[in-house]
Design a protein around this ligand. Sequence first.
Ligand SMILES: Cc1ncc(COP(=O)(O)O)c(C=O)c1O
Length: 350
Amino acid sequence: MMKYQRDILKGVHGYTPGEQLNVPDIIKLNTNENPYPPSPKVAEALASITSDNFRKYPDPLSVKLRQLSAERYGYPSAEWVMAGNGMDELLAMTLRTFVNPGEHVVSVNPTYSLYTILVQLHGAEYSEFDLGEDGALPEALYTSDAALCFVPRPNAPTGLCASRESMERLCESFKGIVYIDEAYVDFSDDSCMDFPKRYDNVIVGRTFSKSFGLAGMRIGVAVANPAIMSEFLKTKDSYNLNWASQAAGVAAMEDYAYMEAQANKIKATRARLTESLRTLGFSVRDSQSNFVLARWNGSPNAKAIFERLRDEAILVRYFDLEGLDDALRISIGTDEETDALLSALAYLAE
Ligand SMILES: Cc1ncc(COP(=O)(O)O)c(C=O)c1O
């Protein structure tokens, strides 16, 4: 296995290879998946795919999914939307399309760890600037002359949102492309989905892996000015979304209210988990995502807490990185999973 593939499995998602197989009885709170299944309409749509569909290539342009996304997000046509094999493909496509090897890409710190891996694979230069305590954008970002800036909003792994005003300032001052990664936005109070109407250099990315509960189907969309889209069309793989992913994405979009109801359920569990973790002595900021970042400065340390949970078959995310090594990132699970997690942590209060 190539080194970068290993890094992607281990560094980005916290897996060791093989662990991603479905092992029963594990409580999996380490990769920010949705604890609930997707809309039942998705299974119905998948069941209606015939073997004749398997024989034929899928729609190379994922037109229906793009049309529905445009309508939902307030854009005039599918020409404002690109579909991807997960948001990860859209991030790679953005680099391929808008950054030459050797050029500079910037982001914030901490951030989604795939950015640096993709930039390295592309042969470009990468710098990260520290976020403020409250998730505020670093001043250095506004004055950077990089070709591309990735900003996750809400941020991963902090779960905090930079203000919309600061995002506007960034989009106005930054000369290159600003990619606003809204992977977790359905769990937050507001979004920047209107920005591509106002700024020609902005791409807003969404994924179906989190709020829609479709991580296994690999679906993402990016919204931007049609001029950006026509550049994407030059570099995209011909058939990047298969029949099943397109059918699943369309069915999920058509049942948008189902996704919103699940997101609300997750937000309610998030509030309960946040309070309970604070009572145990963790320091937890109010998250805008489907995970919380819980900092701990007692004994045993965060790594030991992570290892003990793992021994009890509860997986959370621990980052052995400066600035994060006192923290656990915990995905919001079902209420039962949250109860099991809290019981497993109860020893900390003794
Ligand atoms: C900030 C961020 N962006 C993008 C992604 C990837 O989304 P997808 O599953 O659609 O590739 C993730 C997944 O964890 C993420 O945390």
